[in-house]
Design a protein around this ligand. Structure first.
Ligand SMILES: O=C(O)CCC(=O)C(=O)O
Length: 307
């Protein structure tokens, strides 16, 4: 893949990716072919998570690693350290990072992330919701809480998340998913990523509505159908925005671990005010002119497919 243009350069990459140059009477046109097996689409729909093998070329992985390292030094205003002890190795996050970094933007617009999402969601179009990066420093004992991403947003619609590890991830230090939890028809309270994993201010009532806390998976792991994955570089996970997941790391990383994640929506994605649990993020897109009932589209949520 020519990273500058997103066009296929040769037959090897063309067969490994979605690109296919097709002769037509008037010349050539770029069309997309299927990159996902039917069994993978079914796994995504039934389990709420699927592993896809070798979808991202090493060039994308290298570019994202460098972009994260650079972003770490010059982060956006959304940069957060989740590890409370200032002397302990940290767990960090930044989000909506693509807006200030041309490499993240190139990945979002030109990598296979959106065509893969379109196939899994059966979507006619794909818009970006939010990108995120996570870094765990060597020795960090912090980890993400069990949560589902839908609780962090005032959004409704058919949405998925790409989780792309930039170092190989083993089951023991990756993300654990509660298989099928996207079909529970539940909306759990947002859980903070900061150590201690508080939910809001401790209350389960927000704007007059009562919500459940995300279940304590660690307290009774045998009660849930948990699934974990080994991922090589180039492999990724796609999961439903409603699927419960979290870190059960039994291994403290001995080297820095970087992950890039993306949330994307099908054409039915809407801004739908629910409660003040997502008010900080809401303020950011309201400042850009968006409001309740708007489609997730436009300059803040760019259309990635069709281009
Ligand atoms: O990779 C991580 O550290 C956390 C990812 C995650 O939980 C998410 O993106 O929702």
């Amino acid at each position: 893949m020519d990273m500058a243009t997103g066009h296929c350069l040769n037959g090897r990459l063309a067969s490994a990716r979605s690109c296919l140059l097709e002769s037509t009477q008037g010349g050539s046109s770029l069309v997309e072919t299927s990159m996902v097996e039917q069994s993978e689409i079914e796994a995504f729909r039934q389990d709420g998570v699927v592993k896809l093998r070798q979808k991202f070329d090493p060039e994308w992985i290298d570019m994202l690693r460098d972009a994260i390292d650079q972003s770490f030094v010059e982060p956006s205003g959304n940069f957060t350290r989740h590890t409370e002890d200032p002397d302990a190795p940290g767990y960090y996050e930044d989000f909506w990072a693509w807006r200030g970094n041309p490499d993240f933007e190139r990945f979002v617009r030109q990598s296979p992330c959106a065509p893969l999402a379109a196939e899994l969601l059966g979507a006619k179009s794909i818009n970006l919701v939010m990108d995120n990066w996570f870094v765990r420093e060597a020795g960090s004992a912090s980890r993400p809480p069990f949560h589902h991403d839908i609780s962090y947003f005032d959004f409704a619609g058919t949405m998925c998340v790409l989780w792309l590890p930039l170092e190989p991830a083993a089951k023991q230090n990756g993300i654990t998913f509660v298989r099928g939890s996207h079909l529970w028809n539940k909306l759990f309270l947002r859980t903070r990523f900061a150590d201690g994993h508080q939910s809001g201010d401790g209350s389960t009532e927000i704007n007059g509505e009562r919500y459940e806390l995300a279940p304590d998976i660690e307290a009774e792991p045998d009660f849930y159908d948990l699934v974990q994955f080994d991922l090589d570089l180039g492999d990724c996970l796609y999961f439903d925005m409603r699927t419960l997941h979290g870190g059960r790391s039994t291994i403290t990383p001995t080297e820095k671990v970087r992950r890039y994640t993306l949330r994307m929506t099908a054409e039915d994605g809407m801004i739908h005010y629910r409660g003040d649990w997502a008010k900080e993020e809401r303020r950011m897109f309201e400042a850009e002119g968006y409001t309740d009932g708007d489609r997730i589209d436009g300059h803040f949520f760019p259309k990635l497919r069709p281009r």
